[in-house]
Every structure is written in C-alpha cells, then in structure tokens.
Design a protein around this ligand. Structure first.
Ligand code: UD1
Ligand code: UDP
Length: 387
C-alpha cells in the first residue's frame, strides 16, 4: 500500500502550539509522509513556537505584514498555497482551529480537490460576530473538511447537528499533548526577566488580552479594571505578556504602564508561558487556548469575553465567564482574592479538554482513513478524565 502524504498548514502562535505535537507524531508514523507549511500569519510568535518544539517547516509563505487586514491574510494564503500544493502533492491537508490561515488554507485545498482534515473542529458560539472572525472561519472549515477531529463530545455533537459531511473523531485537544513537552520536569524559566520576579511572596496573576472583538471600549474597561486591582492590592503581581499587535499595544500601554506591580513584558515562548501559568494564583484572559490549559494546571480562569466556545470548563466550575465590564471584572477578581472557599472551588485540576493522547488518535484515524490500518481510535472520554 502507498503511504499517505499529509501536509499540515498553520500560521499563528496558537495553531503552532497545537499542531507541533501532531506534526511530530505524524513524522514518527509508518505509512505517513508528513510535511509542514507555515503561512507565517504571525512571524516572531510562530518562530518562537517552532524553536520550542524543534520543528522545521518544509514550506514558508512568509505572509505577515504590519497591520495586516483579514483580506490581506486571506488573499496572501490563497495566492501562495497553490505552488506548495503542486510541489508537496498532499493526499490530505490538515488545518487547525479558527484563524484566517485555517479558513483560507482549507479553501485553497478544496479548490485543488485535496481532502481537508480539521483539527479542533466543532467548537461553536453560534454568534457569527463573536469571536470575530473566528466563529465563521471555524464553521466554514466544517463545510470544507471531510475529516473532523473534534476535541470533545460536545464539539462532535455540534458537527452532527450541522450535518457536516465526512467522518467525525473525538480526539481530545492536542494542546494537552503540547503541555507534556512544555511543562516537563524542569520548572525553570529561560527568560531572565521571569527569573528576576519575586514569585514566592506575591500572588501572581497572569493576564492576556488580544481579541479583535475586545478592541476599543472592552479593552479600555478590562485594562482599567486590571490597573485598579493592582493599585488596591499591593501584594499582587500582574504579569501581562503583550501580544505583538500594535492595536493591543496602543490600548494597553497608556493604561497599564508605570504601575509597580504590573509587568508588561514581551510575548513569552510557550515553555515559559506554561510554566508561568503553573506558578500563578489565577489567570485572566480572552485567549482560547489558555482557557484549555489553565484548568489542566488547576488554575482558576476569569474569561474576559462575553461568550465562549469552550463551555466545558465553565460547566466544571474552574473557568468563569466574567465578561468585559469594569464592574464584573473587579467583582470576580476580588472574590478570588478574598474568599478562600470560592478560590478553592475553582482551583481544581480538571481536564475536560484532553488526556494527552489526542495526536495519537488523530494519527490513528488518518491511517484508518487511508486504508493503512483498521485500528479505529477509541474516542476521548472527558467523563473518565473528570471522575
Ligand atoms: C490571530 C487570529 C486569532 C488568534 C490570534 C492568536 C485571525 C483572524 N486571528 O489574531 O484568531 O486568536 O491570532 O494570537 O486569524 N504581529 C507581529 N508579530 C507576530 C504576530 C503578530 O508583529 O509574531 C502583529 C502584526 O502587526 C499583525 C498583528 O500583530 O499585523 C495582528 O496579527 P493577526 O494575525 O492579523 O491577528 P491576531 O490578532 O494576532
Ligand atoms: N502563549 C504563549 N506566550 C504568550 C502568551 C500566550 O506562548 O506570551 C500561548 C498560550 O499559553 C496558549 C497560546 O499561546 O498556548 C494561546 O494563543 P493566543 O492567546 O495568542 O491565541 P488564542 O488561543 O486566543 O487563539
């Protein structure tokens, strides 16, 4: 039997963190010829992940531009990918999640009649403008793909309700596999800046905020609430590795800089980021990936968004949908800081998103799809994880 040629395409930091362990797994499997194409929708933040996982791209579209628009990203991927498809001749193209790289690579693959496999399929808010444009990107890829790797049973149900074509596998989220690499046994940081922080005598809050739907007034309210929390609670240390987007930097700088117990730092590499979260008291974020990682580390999360496509940890009680209003942010953070019982309830390690074996399941499913194996992977069972 012939090998199956698999091309994994990704471009941003979160896609890279979640696809790196899969690319490494595919590279180890007999029967799979695995190649990687990065669009570099993110340049520095992507390269940092590639370095952490010692992963090299076979193709690099190098598309990032300062203040790039969604149209810029979409058109550059659509223009760049055909030559790669021509050269790599994949039987299967894998994309991840909900970014504009994800959607445009899947569309390009469809135009070339190459089968699309969607990793992290089926997450939904059913609000087309929130998260924007990610909800639409992810739904459209659900139409384009014929292999759907849904992290959780709920994600798979969403896909079934929508009558997507093809096969659905419940795999767990590959981010939990990635954390096996990044957290490791040695908890030290490579960043000198982090090593110089006094993390033993202060309660650490890790903050991230970057989403498009939070641009403008929501970010203003979020940052003002964070500033006031820091000023009222001198025992806190709030560390915010700021996303490289100029819009985010322009919003955060004027409100948050110059306050002794708020550290605005450059983006961390994935290893330091995961280890920093592991040392935190709690996490405040609008990130998707961090909503999955922090529960695995037993860290409470206040989600700085109005909705989430990741309801599982909210149901488990370790993530709270705080929203983007000044008052709700102050109230939820103050409760965690002052009420030990409320804190203890949220600070439980739960893992509704994965068991660290998602990449193996996806590789197994690809081999079954290719007719190279009959070992259909057993679905990831979060109830087993939670019990
Ligand atoms: C993108 C994704 C979003 C994801 C986020 C992860 C889309 C539409 N959005 O949003 O789903 O949550 O990535 O972080 O795909 N920049 C750099 N260097 C970098 C990365 C970014 O300078 O390494 C700057 C560039 O000026 C770029 C800007 O950040 O124009 C925004 O990047 P872009 O990928 O367009 O949007 P994100 O907000 O990062
Ligand atoms: N992350 C990182 N360094 C940072 C901030 C975040 O490595 O300075 C990691 C984080 O742990 C998670 C991923 O980046 O694995 C999430 O990416 P992001 O928040 O940019 O995107 P989202 O998940 O919201 O799409």
């Amino acid at each position: 039997m012939n090998n199956i040629r698999v091309l994994s395409v990704f471009g941003t930091r979160p896609e890279a963190i979640k696809m790196a362990p899969l690319a490494l797994e595919l590279g180890k499997r007999d029967g799979i010829v695995s190649q990687v194409c990065v669009t570099a929708q993110h340049r520095q933040m992507l390269d940092s992940v590639m370095d952490c996982f010692h992963l090299k791209a076979d193709y690099d579209l190098n598309i990032m531009g300062k203040n790039q628009t969604l149209t810029d990203v979409t058109s550059r991927v659509l223009n760049g990918l055909p030559a790669v498809l021509e050269d790599a001749k994949p039987d299967l193209l894998l994309v991840h999640g909900d970014t504009t790289t994800t959607f445009s690579a899947a569309l390009s693959s469809f135009y070339h009649k190459v089968t699309v496999g969607h990793v992290e399929a089926g997450l939904r808010t059913y609000d087309r403008y929130s998260p924007f444009p990610e909800e639409m990107n992810r739904s459209l890829v659900g139409r384009l793909a014929t292999l759907h790797f849904a992290p959780t049973p709920k994600n798979a149900e969403n896909l079934k309700k929508e009558n997507v074509q093809g096969e659905i596998f419940i795999t767990g989220n590959t981010v939990i596999d990635a954390m096996k690499y990044t957290i490791g046994d040695n908890g030290s940081f490579s960043s000198e800046e982090l090593n110089s922080l006094d993390l033993d005598d202060r309660r650490l809050i890790v903050l991230t905020c970057h989403r498009r739907e939070n641009y403008g007034e929501p970010m203003k309210q979020i940052f003002t609430a964070v500033r006031d929390l820091a000023m009222k609670n001198p025992d806190l240390l709030i560390v915010y590795p700021i996303h490289m987007s100029p819009v985010v930097r322009d919003a955060a700088g004027p409100i948050l800089s110059g306050i002794d117990n708020i550290r605005l730092i450059e983006p961390l590499d994935a290893i330091d980021m995961h280890r920093l979260m592991d040392r935190s008291y709690f996490v405040m974020t609008d990130s998707g990936g961090i909503q999955e990682e922090a529960p695995a580390l037993g860290k409470p999360v206040l989600v700085l968004r109005r909705e989430t496509e990741r309801p599982e940890a909210v149901a488990a009680g370790t993530v709270r949908l705080t929203g983007v209003e000044y008052r709700s942010i102050i109230e939820d953070a103050t409760e965690l800081l002052t009420d030990p019982a409320a804190y203890a309830k949220m600070a439980r390690a739960v893992n509704p998103y994965g068991d660290g074996h998602a990449c193996e399941r996806i590789a197994d499913a690809i081999l079954v799809h290719a007719g190279l194996s009959d070992r259909i992977p057993a679905p990831f069972d979060p109830y087993h994880e939670l019990s």
